[in-house]
Design a protein around this ligand. Structure first.
Ligand code: GDP
Length: 327
């Protein structure tokens, strides 16, 4: 990284693709000196961020996320938009591998001039991965991308993390024959602002209609996230490029409905505040864990907690008391 963060910020704003990739690499780095440069970079870029629609997209592996994002993204580009696709892959935090297998996906979009596709950053924790993605989102916005798609896999905690950083959360489903709701947890359904049944084509057309109607009934009994939005259940075929336009109209409708009533601004403000506190907590813990004094205490306390001779709360208190005494 030879560029000064300020000049990198200028290049990003001028739409320089190499600078954008470089800026995101900087933001994703965990090296202390890089973190400092990233802070300066982000502070220079934040006044130019925020002018986009942030859409979270989740679904089980095989639901058709990458196929959908490919056609949806290309449709948006045809409409004159520019699209950044970021990924939050919880498996990259656990195993270092990737469920989203980014390299071979979204081939036409990855090479489109008006698109930017970035795989999930590597990270040791989901928190680490989402932190980088949030920051990358700001960088992409400052670079002029007006639609940000944040993709995640429907396994575990990552849906909440993605819903917490986006305006709208889209849940992508495959048609199912049976009447059970595909094991989708209620909590995840409650996050959804739009449920989209993909693969509504060929011999799955009827099953897709059935799934659509099952989810409509299920949503009926759930509280929606926003006062001014009732989550619709739609169907599409990403393979045949059908229903994609309607999804885009719905996203616009959502965006308009929430902006008009000030709910969107409120949501983003709350998200930013929550982010500040989660950053504070993460940084404090990192600082605490890195302290030599604390490091010395940890094995003994952990052993006692593991053996069951010391309550976890007491161990935590001792760590914090010791940390507070360090100056
Ligand atoms: P992801 O794991 O959610 O990203 O799913 P993929 O996009 O990789 O799709 C999984 C499989 O479903 C692939 O074989 C796709 O070709 C297929 N698929 C995706 N969308 C559709 C669709 O709209 N209709 C049909 N019939 N197949 C689809």
């Amino acid at each position: 990284m030879t560029d000064k963060p300020q000049s990198l910020a200028e290049q990003v704003r001028a739409g320089d693709r190499r600078a954008l990739a470089k800026a995101i690499t900087l933001v994703e780095s965990t090296r202390e000196d890089h973190r400092q440069q990233a802070s300066i970079l982000l502070e220079s870029l934040i006044p130019y961020s925020g002018d986009s629609i942030r859409l979270g997209i989740s679904g089980a592996p095989g639901a058709g996320k990458s196929t959908f994002i490919e056609v949806f993204g290309n449709h948006l580009i045809e409409q004159g938009h520019s699209v950044a696709v970021l990924a939050v892959d919880p498996s990259s935090a656990v195993t270092g591998g990737s469920i989203l297998g980014d390299k071979t996906r979204m081939e036409t979009l990855a090479f489109a001039e008006k698109a930017f596709v970035r795989p999930s950053p590597a990270g040791r924790t989901l928190g680490g991965v989402t932190r980088r993605t949030r920051e990358s989102m700001l960088v992409c916005e400052a670079a002029g991308f007006d639609i940000i798609l944040v993709e995640t896999v429907g396994v575990g905690q990552s849906e909440t993390a993605v819903a917490d950083m986006t305006d709208m959360f889209l849940l992508l489903l495959s048609p199912s024959g049976g009447d059970e709701l595909q094991g989708i947890k209620r909590g995840i359904m409650e996050l959804a602002d739009l449920i989209l049944v993909n693969k509504a084509d060929g011999d799955q057309t009827a099953a897709a209609a059935q799934t659509q109607s099952d989810y409509r009934s299920a949503l009926h009994f759930m509280k929606s996230r926003f006062d001014h939005w009732q989550p619709p259940v739609m169907a599409c075929s990403s393979l045949n490029n059908q229903g994609i336009e309607d999804v885009w109209s719905k996203v616009n409708e959502f965006s308009l409905a929430l902006s008009e009533k000030g709910e969107l601004a409120q949501l983003r403000a709350q998200q930013a505040k929550a982010w500040m506190w989660s950053e504070t907590a993460a940084s404090l813990i990192a600082d605490l864990k890195a302290n030599p004094e604390i490091k010395r205490l940890v094995p003994e306390l952990e052993a006692a907690v593991l053996k069951g001779t010391l309550p976890a709360t007491n161990a935590a208190q001792r760590l914090i008391e010791s940390y507070k005494k360090i100056d």
